[in-house]
Design a protein around this ligand. Structure first.
Ligand code: MG
Length: 377
């Protein structure tokens, strides 16, 4: 048996700095996390309730997903839920999970527990037992409240659609319930408590986003890159984003900064995202003489778009000349600036090949690089 879901994304989210449901978390819009979780657990339809004028934003945020629709909600959350219920297609007594988009880290386990708990009950909600000692008061304590039997209500909350609509019809005008369970409770229904999930935290304040980012499972990945360019006539060589006066230059389509090219490939490699030639074809005249920091910035932007972050990079330049050591600190500082990394996460090393091979004979310079990243798993 399948189920339907209503994801409420109609709030203004003013406490979180506005429009939190459309902000990106782990590289995805907040609302997309919940819709994907519902679809992955077998929801046959997801109705996303949005504020007037936000349907295009929903289409952008949910691009590529199927079995969802966006409708416009009402002034109160309860109006939005009822609009969502009326928009459902299919059996009137189907199971529906009502969920707030502001709780993105929804697991299949919680969805499964709610669906299972609905047998023989009118509703079931995800909730956590209160573990802190509770105090009542304003600026000083008036009472210590017994926390035994107290729960923090989360969403999703599960009901049969017709039962919830009937309960809403019986709810008195002029007041707004704080959740859907309260509506069924007041109508005499039985609502079960099932274990929620601390990760189902509600994004309320701007700082909540940092906490939620930290809760997203990530995998560590490593990528490597290698590049070489030939020496030719010139008076300056670019290495790791730094111009070094020299009696030769490296020949290439761009500024031939082999250090930045190797590092760009290391980043793309860690993401499984092709190589520098795929993103910046040497046949494209717009990259002629281009400063290579453009390539590296592009790779970093692609990493951020996927919700990833850089951990550290390590570049080795292989040449007999110029001497790299006097420029190493400037190179590290420039790379740290481009990559947004602390200096101790950026390494630039140099070696000769003891006069062996093409670098040893002074025909060219080579660079190799490693990049460690973390991507949402
Ligand atoms: Mg190159």
């Amino acid at each position: 048996m399948t189920f339907a879901a209503i994801v409420v994304a109609a709030g203004s989210g003013s406490r979180a700095g506005g429009d939190k449901q459309w902000r990106r978390l782990g590289g995805k819009p907040v609302v997309r996390w919940s819709v994907e979780a519902m679809l992955d657990s077998g929801a046959d339809q997801v109705v996303v309730v949005v504020a007037p004028g936000s349907q295009d934003r929903a289409a952008d945020a949910l691009a590529g997903l199927t079995h969802w629709s966006a409708i416009v909600g009402g002034a109160e959350r309860s109006d939005s839920v009822q609009a969502g219920l009326r928009a459902l297609t299919g059996a009137k007594d189907q199971v529906v999970l009502i969920h707030d988009a502001a709780r993105p880290l929804l697991s299949a386990e919680v969805i499964g527990r709610l669906r299972a708990a609905l047998t023989g009950a009118d509703g079931a909600i995800a909730a956590l037992p209160v573990s802190d000692t509770l105090k009542r008061g304003s600026d000083r304590i008036e009472a210590t409240v017994d926390r035994a039997g107290l729960w923090r209500a989360q969403t999703p909350q599960a009901f049969r659609a017709d039962r919830l609509l009937a309960a809403y019809a019986a709810w008195p005008d002029g007041t707004a319930p704080t959740d859907d369970a309260a509506v069924v409770e007041r109508d005499g229904g039985t609502v079960r408590l099932v274990p929620g999930d601390p990760r189902l935290m509600k994004l309320t304040y701007p700082e909540d986003f940092d906490m939620a980012e930290a809760l997203i499972p990530r995998q560590t990945r490593v990528g490597s890159g290698f590049d070489a360019h030939r020496w030719g006539p010139g008076d300056t060589v670019w290495l790791c984003g730094v111009a070094i006066p020299h009696d030769q230059t490296l020949i290439g389509h761009s500024d031939a900064d082999a250090g930045l090219h190797a590092l760009t490939d290391a980043l793309l490699g860690a993401m499984g995202d092709g190589d520098i030639g795929d993103h910046f074809p040497p046949t494209d005249p717009q990259w002629k003489g281009a400063p290579s920091d453009l390539f590296l910035i592009h790779a970093v932007e692609r990493l951020h778009a996927r919700g990833g972050r850089l951990v550290n990079v390590d570049v080795t330049l292989i040449c007999e000349r110029p001497k790299v050591k006097p420029h190493r600190q400037a190179m590290r500082e420039r790379l740290a600036e481009i990559l947004g990394l602390p200096l101790d996460a950026v390494s630039v090393k140099a070696t000769t090949t003891e006069a062996m091979g093409f670098t040893g004979r002074g025909e060219g310079l080579a660079a190799q690089a490693l990049a460690t990243i973390e991507l949402p798993a």
